[in-house]
Design a binder for this molecule. Sequence first.
Ligand SMILES: *[C@@H]1O[C@H](CO)[C@@H](O)[C@H](O)[C@H]1NC(C)=O
Ligand SMILES: *[C@@H]1O[C@H](CO)[C@@H](O)[C@H](O)[C@H]1NC(C)=O
Length: 518
Amino acid sequence: MEMFPPLYALVRRPFTTMSIWSCGLLLVILLSGGGASSASNYLIGLGSYDITGPAADVNMMGYANIEQIASGVHFRLRARAFIVAESQSQGNRVVFVNLDACMASQIVTIKVFERLKARYGNLYNEQNVAISGIHTHAGPGGYLQYLVYIVTSLGFVRQSFDVIVDGIEKSIIQAHENLRPGSISVNGGELLDAGVNRSPSAYLNNPAAERSKYKYDVDKEMTLIKFVDDDWGPVGSFNWFATHGTSMSRTNSLISGDNKGAAARFMEDWFAKKFFNEGFERIYSNLSGTVSIPRRVSSIVSNLHEQRKELMELASTFQSSPGRPATRMSSVARRVRSALRQVDRPQFVSAFCQSNCGDVSPNVRGAFCIDTGLPCDFNHSTCNGKNELCYGRGPGYPDEFESTRIIGERQFRKAVELFNEASEQLKGKIGYKHMYVDFSNLEVTISKAGGRTETVKTCPAAMGFAFAAGTTDGPGAFDFKQGDDKGNAFWKLVRNLLKAPGKEQCNCQQPKPILLDD
Ligand SMILES: *[C@@H]1O[C@H](CO)[C@@H](O)[C@H](O)[C@H]1NC(C)=O
Ligand SMILES: *[C@@H]1O[C@H](CO)[C@@H](O)[C@H](O)[C@H]1NC(C)=O
């Protein structure tokens, strides 16, 4: 059952406001415009650290499938940290950490702050540090503090927890030590083929007037932030785009960053290769005059073996140097120096962050019944009344590794395009806001027809019957189905043995029938 809600990051134009929503937590990072000088007046520091964790015998986080136990690694997981500080001392600073994990967790965050406090005093704190997860469903679980999130891992898993806390801390230390003058630009654009609505029938319950405001039934916008070091040039980027980390299925047992982890790897490899090739090209074209060397030796993603012939042809076009005499000392010294200097070059860090991915699936071909191959029932995502047989298909179906690669590559290519063309520079002071909101008791004013308004209240959390059906990215067990507004007698009986919801709660939650009350 695919059941855990994502972290919501709402990014709206104008670009200069970034907000991260996360389970009652709101952090807004403001780089407000106006007034300030146009010189790059920020310090920028990036860091990246491994957080792969225990790769065997640990339940995986996301699908809540007790049988999904890690048994190896598809590719490793990382924490990537970005610090932006005002360059004058005492200026504000913000930290954003993106985890190749299903989500952050409050207990992880508390532990990280404890360590940051011991190391840096009050420089990095609850107010100016945001920790977000990419929502992969293929990482080790057991690092959250709430019961519902650690039921299938049979409790808390110390190893999962430690590696994430350590990785966040180390990535922030790296970023802190890398702080150097630089500038930030921003760009945005639509990416159409990396996410679809996995509950299109539920979306249709929104009023037509509201739906007509949007071009698509999910958010297709990618927003990218590019970091440029004053001396080294581009040193990294991160972007927000909404699509679930469910290209890898609920039966996968290899640890993976899913499509976003893959995209981050592709982009970091792309930059390393581009950088290498550009340096290479400069040296060679100077040595051998007219020879032009293709920018990229190979595609970073695949088919290296199939392209052997092409590579051999390519290799044969590389002419050897015309054999210069061993040159002056100064030139050697310069070359040695520049080689050393490359070692100092900050590593390129690229993160693919999750945003409002609530019902956005990377399984873009739609949901089909595994027995008949026909599309699932539109309103309930069932096959002949059963939810267990209805699965979304990725673009590489039936190969989920291929689907992961393709959805990762689509995000990567879009990000490169936005990265190369990012020209709108962020200016002004740095600000941030963070608050905890109690969503169990919130008054909300909604507008009604005829200009009237009505004030309504939220209620304490409760999971409905439909929740237990999971989603088409990972259906649940038993006879639950999506879109169920009635419930059934047997499960109500079971529920009442555990905890019968009160009348007030039932009224507040209706028309959703309650399966598990708060
Ligand atoms: C050769 O090297 C110089 C200095 O590094 C550079 O400015 C020039 O553009 C290079 N020539 C070519 C053809 O790339
Ligand atoms: C889905 O439900 C809606 C609203 O109840 C109904 O009008 C529609 O016919 C249903 N569609 C299908 C394919 O069952």
